[in-house]
Design a protein around this ligand. Structure first.
Ligand SMILES: *[C@@H]1O[C@H](CO)[C@@H](O)[C@H](O)[C@H]1NC(C)=O
Ligand SMILES: *[C@@H]1O[C@H](CO)[C@@H](O)[C@H](O)[C@H]1NC(C)=O
Ligand SMILES: *[C@@H]1O[C@H](CO)[C@@H](O)[C@H](O)[C@H]1NC(C)=O
Ligand SMILES: *[C@@H]1O[C@H](CO)[C@@H](O)[C@H](O)[C@H]1NC(C)=O
Ligand SMILES: *[C@@H]1O[C@H](CO)[C@@H](O)[C@H](O)[C@H]1NC(C)=O
Ligand SMILES: *[C@@H]1O[C@H](CO)[C@@H](O)[C@H](O)[C@H]1NC(C)=O
Ligand SMILES: *[C@@H]1O[C@H](CO)[C@@H](O)[C@H](O)[C@H]1NC(C)=O
Ligand SMILES: *[C@@H]1O[C@H](CO)[C@@H](O)[C@H](O)[C@H]1NC(C)=O
Ligand SMILES: *[C@@H]1O[C@H](CO)[C@@H](O)[C@H](O)[C@H]1NC(C)=O
Ligand SMILES: *[C@@H]1O[C@H](CO)[C@@H](O)[C@H](O)[C@H]1NC(C)=O
Ligand SMILES: *[C@@H]1O[C@H](CO)[C@@H](O)[C@H](O)[C@H]1NC(C)=O
Ligand SMILES: *[C@@H]1O[C@H](CO)[C@@H](O)[C@H](O)[C@H]1NC(C)=O
Length: 848
């Protein structure tokens, strides 16, 4: 080492220096010697790394031409000198240097402006003498192995504009003296082991634009003085132990584009002043203990988040935020990442989210979001990385519009209450690779796309009745032709055909046992003879009825229904009753007479102003009949079928009819225990009294006539009014009535059975919902009476909307009759659009 020692080299250098064109200054010599001394301290000498760092003229003169006339150290690699030959820059970034600053003589470089040792393996601490570099403007010691504390003398480097100490092992606290670096523009201390709190003196660095402190052990509060850094563009302090709340002064940082405080222990609510950060692109506050509302949901503090129109990244996940997503979210149209997952957010997902059309990733999982998935989510055509709505309380059907997300790769809607089938439009989600729809109430076929075929059983489990030719799922009964463009009419006729087939089979089975019964036990039926549930003179009345109708002569027949013919009977007392004579065979179906009787009893007890009174029942070997209150105006179907009737039935009367039917159904479904389903709601079974008030007839009789202890039936209802699920489930629920109600309500408004329009109005995923959506509402109304105006028009709109909800193909998605009657009886919200311009499509999207 001796011959190589800096001093001996210096002697050699002085002896040969005369051969150089440029004579180095004394300071150059001192600096060269200082550098060589430091070089010699570096591990392994690293000669090969700094070959030019030598006083050997042969080597030294071989430097690049423009510094040819300079002597050492100015002609060394990484060294720049000023005109006076004093070192101004040392740039040895990424040279695999290994060593310490122990032998670096800071006092030797009074002119040093720039020191860049980034990306080496320097270890040990930063000496306090660094403060001797009084001219230093740029100091980059990042990505090394430095440890120890940041020396307080760093505060002497008052000309410093850039201070990069990130990615070392520096510990201790940030010295208060850092506040003296008034010229500082950028300060990065991230990925170290810094402890203690953020010094308040940071607030004096008014020229700071970048402050990166993430991944340290910083604790304590974020000083309010941070708000003085009015030039700050990026503020980044995630993954520390910061506590307390986000200071409201943060709102002063109006140039901020990036604010990241995630993974701390910040509490309290997000200050509404955040709304002043108009330039913000990215806001990540996830993984804290933040509580309260997302600002803007407060009334008196409006639209804060909505003002952040430059925001493209918003991550508030993993906090304890409550309340809803502010509707102003829709103003953040630049957003590409939105993560509100794992909070306690609630309310509906605003359809306005659909305006954030640049979203690549949307995560709303693990909250309490309710109601339906807004179809507007389907507008997010750029959605690619993720759509995660899992672990909420979302209900209703999956909007078919989601099928428009052609770029989406990952979809998770598991752990909700979604029902209905998966929209056939899902076949268009060609980019989908990962899907999870487990833990919902979904049913029907899975779309025939790779994501579903490749998914494991886990992705589908705990649903209602999904089918597919995939392991773990039952095969589908009727294949939906891969769900491609299934035309409304085809679906309807398929359903209709299926319905008829099942119906026929059902009827076959109805008649078989009856025939056997009649043959085998004629006397037994006979012995039952006559019974009546009536007043004490019931037997007499039954006899009377047979007499006054002349043994049910056609002359007295006023209608024929599914279960029998209806006769008018003027009793000897003068009272007029309606008598429904049952087809003889159906009487024989009554397996359990006792239950049947008690059921009739219950029905005769029912008193509701919108339900036709059932007086009693007579059973005889020849005739069985139900005796009802007689209503002179007859059935709704009859009235609507005639022009005079239709004209008489003005909008007010029609609205009242719809309400009446809804109240009656609500009463039977929700106020009776057990609930009673009608099973055969049609315009034929709705009678009108003298005041044009609706009276529902035949309540519960469908059930009585096919009585058995289960709710399973082979056939009930009237074609055109029967809920579609009866075609394949045969499970009668009150939701079947809801569907039929929807049809009847539309029939009242349209003056005729809605027919094919049903498919446009029912939000079904099986049918292409766009058909008929452009039809004007005014054009489907009964044209025989003039258009409704003012509040009447509003009520008509509300009825059509409600009726459409009742036509949902999925029973679970239909409202209950209780909900329907509540909505009909509460004054509806006003819509702004002129009535004449409302289309059916528009109507369905109307928020009420
Ligand atoms: C010195 O260099 C050799 C080879 O270049 C290497 O294997 C060794 O680890 C280095 N020693 C130190 C202390 O860096
Ligand atoms: C000059 O450079 C050569 C080749 O890089 C090297 O082997 C030699 O040791 C250098 N001489 C001095 C005095 O540094
Ligand atoms: C010195 O420079 C010459 C030409 O510029 C080159 O051929 C030679 O290899 C260099 N010597 C060293 C030691 O780098
Ligand atoms: C460091 O440099 C200064 C000025 O060049 C000099 O006075 C001092 O002695 C040097 N210190 C050491 C330890 O070499
Ligand atoms: C260099 O820094 C040390 C420690 O702060 C100090 O004692 C010394 O006076 C300084 N030297 C010069 C020349 O500034
Ligand atoms: C911080 O210190 C701990 C132990 O005190 C150590 O395990 C960890 O690697 C250090 N982190 C950094 C970034 O230096
Ligand atoms: C802050 O920046 C401005 C504009 O670059 C400059 O004029 C001013 O001197 C700086 N302040 C300090 C304390 O460096
Ligand atoms: C900021 O600078 C002012 C002087 O300009 C000084 O009085 C104050 O103490 C400094 N604040 C902090 C927190 O260092
Ligand atoms: C900084 O914010 C606080 C609190 O929001 C406010 O009172 C103060 O006026 C703001 N200061 C400046 C300079 O804008
Ligand atoms: C949030 O606060 C609770 C107590 O209020 C505490 O137990 C929990 O560790 C905190 N979580 C975080 C991430 O700070
Ligand atoms: C939001 O933060 C969480 C937790 O740090 C992270 O897992 C998630 O990927 C982030 N979301 C986005 C959109 O960057
Ligand atoms: C979430 O909010 C609901 C009220 O909306 C509350 O009952 C519940 O305790 C909250 N859960 C948590 C974990 O804060």
């Amino acid at each position: 080492m001796a011959s190589n020692s800096p001093l001996s080299v210096l002697l050699f250098f002085l002896l040969v220096s005369s051969s150089y064109a440029a004579i180095p200054s004394a300071s150059s010599i001192v600096q060269a010697v200082a550098l060589l001394k430091w070089k010699s301290s570096l591990q392994n000498q690293t000669h090969s790394l700094l070959p030019s760092w030598t006083l050997d003229p042969n080597n030294a003169t071989n430097s690049s031409s423009h510094i040819k006339r300079r002597g050492p150290p100015c002609n060394w690699v990484g060294i720049t000198c000023n005109m006076a030959g004093s070192v101004t820059e040392i740039n040895l970034a990424s040279r695999s240097l290994r060593g310490t600053f122990h032998y670096f003589n800071f006092s030797s470089f009074p002119s040093l402006v720039r020191l860049d040792l980034n990306g080496n393996s320097f270890s040990g601490s930063i000496p306090n003498h660094i403060g001797n570099l009084s001219k230093l403007v740029y100091l980059d010691l990042s990505i090394n192995q430095l440890s120890g504390k940041i020396p307080s003398n760093i505060g002497l480097l008052t000309r410093l504009r850039i201070l990069y100490l990130d990615q070392n092992h520096i510990d201790g606290s940030i010295p208060q003296e850092i506040g003296n670096l008034r010229s500082l523009n950028e300060l990065t201390l991230y990925i170290n082991n810094l402890t203690g709190s953020i010094p308040t003196s940071l607030g004096n660095l008014s020229n700071l634009t970048i402050l990166y402190l993430h991944d340290n052990q910083l604790s304590g509060f974020i000083p309010a003085e941070i708000g003085n850094l009015i030039n700050l563009i990026k503020l980044d302090m995630p993954t520390n132990h910061l506590t307390g709340s986000i200071p409201s002064t943060i709102g002063n940082l109006t140039k901020l584009t990036y604010l990241s405080l995630f993974e701390n222990q910040l509490s309290g609510s997000i200050p509404p002043e955040v709304g002043k950060l108009r330039s913000l692109n990215e806001l990540t506050l996830n993984n804290n203990n933040l509580t309260g509302l997302i600002p803007t949901s407060l009334g008196e503090i409006p639209k804060e988040l909505g003002r952040l129109t430059s925001l493209f990244h918003l991550n508030l996940s993993n906090n304890k935020l409550v309340g809803g997503i502010p509707l102003e979210i829709g103003l953040l149209y630049q957003l590409d990442h939105l993560d509100l997952s794992t909070n306690n957010l609630s309310g509906p997902i605003p359809g306005q989210l659909g305006n954030c059309s640049r979203l690549l990733q949307l995560d709303l999982s693990k909250n309490n979001f309710r109601e339906t998935i807004p179809y507007q989510i389907g507008n997010l055509a750029n959605l690619q990385v993720l759509l995660d709505l899992s672990q909420n309380s979302l209900a209703g059907e999956i909007p078919s519009k989601l099928g428009d997300l052609h770029n989406l790769e990952k979809l998770n809607i598991s752990h909700n209450k979604l029902c209905g089938s998966i929209p056939s439009t899902f076949v268009e989600m060609v980019s989908l690779t990962v899907v999870d729809i487990s833990y919902n109430e979904l049913e029907g076929p899975l779309p025939n796309i790779k994501a579903f075929q490749d998914a494991t059983e886990e992705a589908f489990k705990n649903n209602k009745g999904l089918c597919a030719s995939i392991r773990g799922l039952q095969p589908c009964i009727s294949d939906t032709k891969e769900g491609q463009n299934v035309v409304v009419l085809i679906v309807l006729s398929l359903l209709g055909a299926l319905f008829l087939i099942i119906g026929c089979i059902g009827i076959f089975y109805i008649f078989r046992p009856i025939a056997r019964n009649v043959e085998k036990e004629p006397n037994k039926t006979n012995s039952k003879n006559l019974f009546s549930i009536w007043s004490h003179d019931g037997r007499m009345v039954c006899k009377d009825i047979i007499e006054v109708t002349e043994d049910f002569s056609n002359e007295y027949c006023i209608g024929v229904g599914g279960y029998g013919s209806v006769y008018i009977a003027k009793l000897l007392t003068g009272q007029v009753v309606a008598v429904k004579k049952l087809h003889p065979s159906q009487n024989g179906e009554m397996a359990d007479l006792k239950t049947f009787k008690s059921e009739i009893c219950a029905l005769t007890e029912i008193r509701h102003r919108n339900i036709v009174k059932l007086y009693g029942f007579c059973s005889h070997v020849r005739h069985s009949f139900l005796v009802y209150e007689y209503l002179e105006r007859g059935s709704l179907a009859k009235i609507l079928s005639k022009v005079e009737g239709a004209k008489e039935l003005d909008w007010m009367k029609r609205i009242s009819v719809v309400k009446g039917v809804a109240y009656a159904l609500s009463y039977m479904h929700h106020d009776c225990s057990p609930p009673i389903a009608h099973r055969d709601i049609t315009s034929n079974n709705i009678l009108l009294d003298s005041e044009y008030q609706a009276r529902l007839s035949d309540f519960g009789t469908a059930r009585l006539l096919r009585y058995d202890s289960s709710n399973w039936t082979s056939l009930a209802g009237t074609y055109g009014y029967v809920a579609p699920e009866l075609a394949y489930t045969m499970k009668i629920t009150t939701k079947c009535d809801v569907y039929s109600f929807g049809i009847v309500a539309l029939e009242v408004i349209m003056g005729t059975h809605p027919g094919e329009l049903i498919s446009s109005l029912s939000s079904s995923s099986l049918v292409s919902s766009s058909i008929g959506q452009n039809i004007l509402l005014k054009d489907v109304l009964d044209q025989r009476i003039s258009l409704p105006i003012f509040h009447v028009a509003q009520e008509v709109v509300s009825i059509v909307k409600l009726a459409s909800a009742c036509l949902h193909t999925s029973p679970q998605c239909r409202p209950t009759m209780q909900e329907v009657s509540q909505k009909l009886s509460t004054p509806m919200t006003h819509f702004m659009e002129p009535f004449n311009t409302i289309t059916l499509g528009h109507l369905l999207n109307l928020n009420m």
